[in-house]
Design a protein around this ligand. Structure first.
Ligand SMILES: *Cc1c(COP(=O)(O)O)cnc(C)c1O
Length: 369
């Protein structure tokens, strides 16, 4: 079996994906063609915000969001050390300093109780990440942000389709940012991403930055980038929206079945913690185990693919060595990085596959005992 199966989905949606891509090849508007705007409209409606601005990746969206907020040299942005590199990377690329705040041991998302202590006169934004598909605790984060007049950027690269207290991911703060990297819950067949906001001014600024800071043809009101999403990728995502709601439901079902099977058969393995007011899209189904490295090796040998998201927290990455942060700086994130293990997950994982995965897990753990 595969860690993330994209082929079954392709088989199911083949006709509409081909039709939509052929339409683009026919009209030839490969850059900012009508599918791009159709997708933005559909996604804004889905999320429940006024504006959606598509972009070339979920990394580029973070960059555009922070550029629109005027973040740059000397500024600080508060974020989590337990995330994919992009989150910290784009802060650093702008010359700002990522200020890490440790995570909650249950959800692995930023711990709101520790944010306030990290705020300084240089803080310009808070950027929580919705890890594994579950939103961070935005009510608590927004209260702190409001108190200090700070914008909040949701790195929702893994959580498109998730809900938090009845609202959708990407609609929970000043700006929501997601990714259409192929293996994300809503994926393209290449790179892509999108930004969401209810703020008209921010939306206009982000739209301009996406196209070289251009406010009208060959007139550049600010410095921007080439951050557009390809029309062909927009066509793929549009086709995938057809069964996206079904997929979100299937992901929840597969996760619930794993929870059930694993808690019955594998004592000592901690299944994902989703808070009662939230729903996850399970970009990853991630366990916590003591014997992670041995376990993943043994599972792989039995034909169960696994992955570690993520083995090194950002503050211990060589790229952020200049920050001078040492082991022990964020003990919860460090403990997570040692114990997390992701199992095969997706809408097309079958009952038989789940039983095979959990049987393998159970046998391996019994062998360790
Ligand atoms: C995938 C991911 C990104 C980057 O998205 P790309 O589209 O691959 O650039 C950013 N943040 C997080 C948390 C991610 O998981």
């Amino acid at each position: 079996m595969e860690f993330i199966d994209l082929k079954t989905q392709y088989r199911e949606l083949k006709t509409s994906i081909h039709e939509r891509m052929e339409r683009v090849l026919g009209h030839g508007q490969y850059i900012m063609g009508p599918e791009v705007f159709e997708l933005e409209e559909r996604l804004a409606e889905y999320v429940g915000v006024k504006h959606c601005i598509s972009a070339s990746s979920g990394t580029c969206t973070l960059l555009i969001a922070m550029m629109a907020l005027g973040i740059g040299s000397g500024d600080e942005v508060i974020t989590t050390p337990f995330t994919f590199i992009s989150t910290g990377e784009m802060i650093a690329l702008l010359g700002a300093t990522p200020v890490f705040v440790d995570v909650d041991p249950d959800t692995c998302n930023i711990d709101p109780a520790k944010i306030e202590a990290a705020i300084t006169p240089r803080t310009r934004a808070i950027m929580p990440v919705c890890l594994y598909g579950q939103c961070a605790d935005f009510d608590a984060i927004n209260v702190i942000a409001e108190k200090y007049g700070l914008p909040v950027i949701e790195d929702a690269a893994q959580s498109f389709g998730a809900t938090y207290k009845g609202r959708r991911s990407c609609a929970l703060s000043s700006i929501g940012s997601t990714s259409f990297f192929p293996s994300k819950p809503l994926g393209a067949y290449g790179d892509g991403g999108a930004l969401f906001t209810d703020d008209d001014h921010l939306a206009k600024t982000m739209r301009e930055i996406r196209v070289h800071g251009q406010d009208r043809r060959y007139h550049h009101s600010r410095v921007g980038i080439n951050g557009r999403m390809d029309t062909l990728q927009a066509a793929v995502v549009l086709a995938k929206l057809e069964r996206f709601d079904w997929e979100v439901g299937r992901r929840a079902h597969v996760a619930a079945r794993y929870d059930q099977l694993i808690s019955a058969a594998c004592p000592g393995v901690v299944t994902p913690c989703v808070l009662p007011h939230a729903s996850s899209v399970y970009a990853q189904y991630t366990l916590r185990v003591d014997v992670r490295d041995e376990l993943s090796k043994a599972l792989n040998a039995l034909g169960v693919p696994t992955a570690v998201h993520y083995p090194i927290p950002l503050h211990l990455q060589p790229a952020f060595g200049y920050l001078g942060l040492k082991e022990g700086a964020f003990p919860v994130a460090e403990a997570c990085s040692q114990s997390v293990l992701s199992l095969p997950m997706g809408p097309d994982v079958t009952e038989e596959q789940q039983i095979f995965v959990v049987d393998s897990l159970q046998k391996t753990l019994q062998g360790f005992a």
